[in-house]
Design a protein around this ligand. Structure first.
Ligand code: ZN
Length: 301
């Protein structure tokens, strides 16, 4: 059985080029896949992650050129946080200042140093400084997800799904926040902020569409789906082939769209690992329409 935790986070954004510039050039993530939204092939689906596109590092976007901004509220992912070395926090704040990125002064949460910031669409992001990370090529580099914060009316029903099905256990409480953790080094944390009855979120640029959790393979995914249906009475979609992973989706009791995605086959499925993200990749069913698709997608460089 693989590690549990987040597989990827998928959000809406505004213009694709602006999104690419921010995540690749400012945050230093790798574009690990340039493809289209399989359900709407006239728009891109951009995947960012670490060098290999490992589960727990993947942030994806559906960029829409004229997108209206969404609004944060309950029943939504409120914040997406990345892990960086604690010693790099000051350098990151300098970097944000020099790129005109809006950020806040660091705060302590659950004993960790957190810097909140926003992307060009106003998406709520954070860097969390962690000690004792292994060396990588760049000492400041984002390693992957720290976790997400969900803003919900109440914590218990969602926490029950996380602990009974998705491999999490409760780790800590702080004020209105309940933190659940899994065995994954990256993307291992989900924090629930329980706020009672409050305004619901509205989808749009700068908001998260869904979050995906890891399953090692089809068998583990099917066992999780069966448990959701049988023990929690939730309806789960049939499996969909997303080329780089296979997915099922369900709406958790707090209103957030959850996905369970397999670790296999991964992003080197249709292009070499050292050339990830360079070419526009299409699933075989859309390959016949490549010319028409390329004609409507905005040019990216
Ligand atoms: Zn997804």
């Amino acid at each position: 059985m693989s590690a549990h935790g987040l597989h990827h986070v998928t959000a809406y954004s505004g213009p694709a080029q602006r999104n690419l510039d921010f995540y690749r050039r400012v945050l230093g993530l790798r574009l690990v896949k340039k493809t289209v939204n399989f359900d709407d092939p006239g728009t891109y689906h951009l995947y960012y992650g670490d060098e290999a596109g490992n589960p727990g590092t993947i942030l994806t976007f559906f960029p829409i050129e004229q997108a209206a901004r969404g609004r944060l509220g309950t029943g939504e992912t409120q914040e997406t946080a990345f892990t960086v070395p604690r010693a790099s926090i000051a350098a990151w704040m300098d970097r944000f200042a020099s790129h005109g990125v809006a950020f806040e002064t660091p705060v302590q949460r659950f004993g960790e140093t957190v810097v909140r910031f926003t992307d060009p669409d106003g998406m709520s992001l954070a860097l969390v400084g962690i000690d004792g990370l292994g060396e990588t090529t760049s000492s400041e580099a984002i390693r992957g997800f720290h976790g997400v914060t969900l803003r919900l009316t109440e914590a218990c029903p969602t926490a029950a799904i996380l602990t009974d099905v998705l491999g999490f256990t409760e780790r800590a409480r702080e004020g209105a926040f309940v933190r659940l953790g899994s065995d994954a080094k990256l993307g291992g944390l989900v924090t629930i902020e329980a706020v009672g009855e409050a305004e619901r979120g509205r989808p749009g640029a700068g908001t998260v569409h869904h979050i995906a959790f890891r399953a090692a393979d089809d068998a583990e995914q099917e066992a999780m789906a069966a448990r959701l249906r049988e023990r929690h009475g939730l309806s789960v979609t049939e499996q969909r082939d997303r080329n780089y992973f296979r997915s099922v989706y369900f709406r958790e009791p707090g209103g957030v769209l959850f996905e369970i995605a397999t670790d296999i086959p991964g992003f080197a499925f249709d292009e070499p690992a050292d050339a990830l993200g360079e070419a526009l990749k299409l699933p075989s069913g859309l390959e016949a329409h490549r010319a028409r698709i390329e004609a409507v997608l905005p040019r990216l460089d």
